[in-house]
Design a protein around this ligand. Structure first.
Ligand code: CMC
Length: 434
């Protein structure tokens, strides 16, 4: 962050003194105006619901240019990372450490993560407290938060070693917990992790093997899951990441902060969109019903949205969607599902929406979740678990952002203010006068 020679001046039409504010430059992307002295100097706050124009922190992890449709992890384009960047654990190393690992660093990192894949045996009892039909996201909010009660040896957020160990534990244990949530929901025994498998292959093993039958991994499907994880690993200061940072700003432990992130991700406007997009396709049912559905979407009173379309930041296209679309074709081809009716319906809907004036004029394009649901369904992952997979992928981004925040000397407890529009001060009337 460097000081710009340009300054911003805020002037008032009522003749109050103007305020000069510094402007800072990042390495790329929009400059920011430092408004920290605004309240002290003028007694006014800024008003920005939804943080449409607010940079809440400085960060060197992920950069998005929404107009260009560009997503960079530590400077590397997502297209290159997804195709030539190695597996998901390399992306994790990159997000956490700022550079891609060399062969020795990769080996050591994989060994460290795999050393932490098992969860405390007692975690099983937490699962048993849930109803079998509980939504996996509620199970994950509970069990990830509960990790704090098992790992007292890594909760000191002021100790860099503790922070590191917690980060590794979260990345290593998330697949185990997500797979346990699934196994519990279908009444099958929990499957222990296998450390001789890759991160994604091990997850599929914990999901789909049983004590009676091993799961035969298929390279195309493992690669597809790995790509889902890479594409969802981080996404700048989105709602769940901001939630993690806000929770962490009070000094809360990392397990509690990630549980808060999971809770936020669950919403259908955020990570819940992949589940909602697939449910929407199932509800539409057939290509013939698309025009009626599109008419409902355009009717503001219907409350119906085209799930998997639109994005707060990407207003031209979502670069992750392009890659996920490719993966979608690859997986369906591998499984001989090219004629899958749901996939055909999705492609027809995509075509109609991309040509429709309503969507074109609002710059609404398919986002990553429009396709990731179709891929996950083909992999055999149940719809209710889609957002859990997103949480598993995003854990590394959340924890990298949390670590960056804790080491930032400018970090303060997050405390937004408000424009108060309620009743001014008044006296409580006597009881017989109410
Ligand atoms: N279907 C129909 N209309 C839409 C949609 C949609 N999916 N998204 C936005 N619009 C309309 C909206 O009604 C508004 O129209 P108007 O200007 O006539 O009032 C206009 O487009 C602008 O919408 P907005 O709500 O101001 O846009 P936003 O930037 O605040 O919202 C969004 C972004 C992602 C919340 C929204 O597009 C949405 O709800 N999409 C569906 C859910 C979804 O797929 N979310 C996943 C995002 S990608 C995964 C992730 O990163 O979490």
């Amino acid at each position: 962050m460097t000081n710009s020679e340009t300054k911003a001046t805020l002037s008032f039409s009522d003749g109050s003194p103007a305020l000069e504010m510094p402007i800072y430059k990042g390495s790329i992307g929009p400059d920011v105006i430092d408004i920290r002295k605004l309240y002290g100097s003028t007694g006014m706050f800024t008003y920005d619901p939804g943080f449409m124009s607010t940079a809440a922190c400085n960060s060197s992890i992920t950069y998005i240019d929404g107009d260009k449709g560009e997503l960079l992890y530590r400077g590397y384009p997502i297209e290159q990372l997804a195709v030539n960047g190695g597996d998901f654990l390399e992306t994790c190393y990159l997000l956490l450490n700022g550079e891609l690992p060399n062969a020795d660093q990769k080996k050591e990192f994989v060994a460290t993560v795999t050393n932490h894949t098992m969860v405390h045996e007692q975690m099983q009892f937490f699962f048993r407290g849930f109803r079998r039909d509980a939504h996996p996201m509620s199970v994950l909010v509970g069990t990830v938060g509960a990790l704090a009660s098992f790992y007292h040896d890594s909760l000191d957020i002021n100790d860099p070693h503790h922070r590191e160990v917690s980060a590794i534990r979260l990345i290593a244990k998330m697949p185990t917990l997500v797979a346990m949530a699934y196994k519990y929901s279908i009444g099958q025994p929990f499957v222990y992790p296998r450390n001789d498998l890759s991160y994604s292959a091990n997850f599929m093993h914990m999901m789909f093997s049983t004590p009676c039958e091993p799961y035969k991994t298929n390279e195309v499907l493992v690669r597809a899951l790995d790509r889902i994880l890479i594409l969802h690993a981080d996404h700048e200061q989105n709602a769940s990441t901001s939630t993690v940072r806000l929770a962490g700003s009070s000094g809360a432990n990392p397990f509690a902060c990630i549980a808060a992130g999971i809770a936020c991700l669950w919403g259908p406007a955020h990570g819940g969109a992949n589940e909602a997009a697939l449910s929407m396709l199932e509800e539409i049912g057939s290509v013939d019903n698309i025009p009626e559905f599109i008419a409902q979407v355009k009717d503001k009173n219907s409350g119906v949205k085209l799930m998997g379309f639109g994005h707060r930041v990407y207003k031209n296209y979502d670069p992750r969607a392009k890659l996920m679309r490719e993966t979608c074709y690859e997986v369906l081809q591998e499984l001989g599902l090219q004629d899958d009716p749901l996939f055909k319906l999705a492609m027809a809907l995509e075509k109609i929406a991309l040509e429709d004036e309503y969507f074109v004029s609002r710059k609404l394009y398919p986002n990553v979740d429009f396709y990731s649901g179709i891929v996950q369904r083909a992999l055999g992952i149940p719809t209710a678990l889609f957002t859990g997979i997103f949480a598993l992928a995003r854990t590394v981004g959340w924890i990298a952002q949390w670590k960056e925040m804790i080491s930032d000397p400018e970090q303060k407890i997050g405390r937004p203010r408000q424009l108060f529009v309620g009743s001014a001060k008044r006296d409580v009337p006597a009881i017989d006068k109410r």
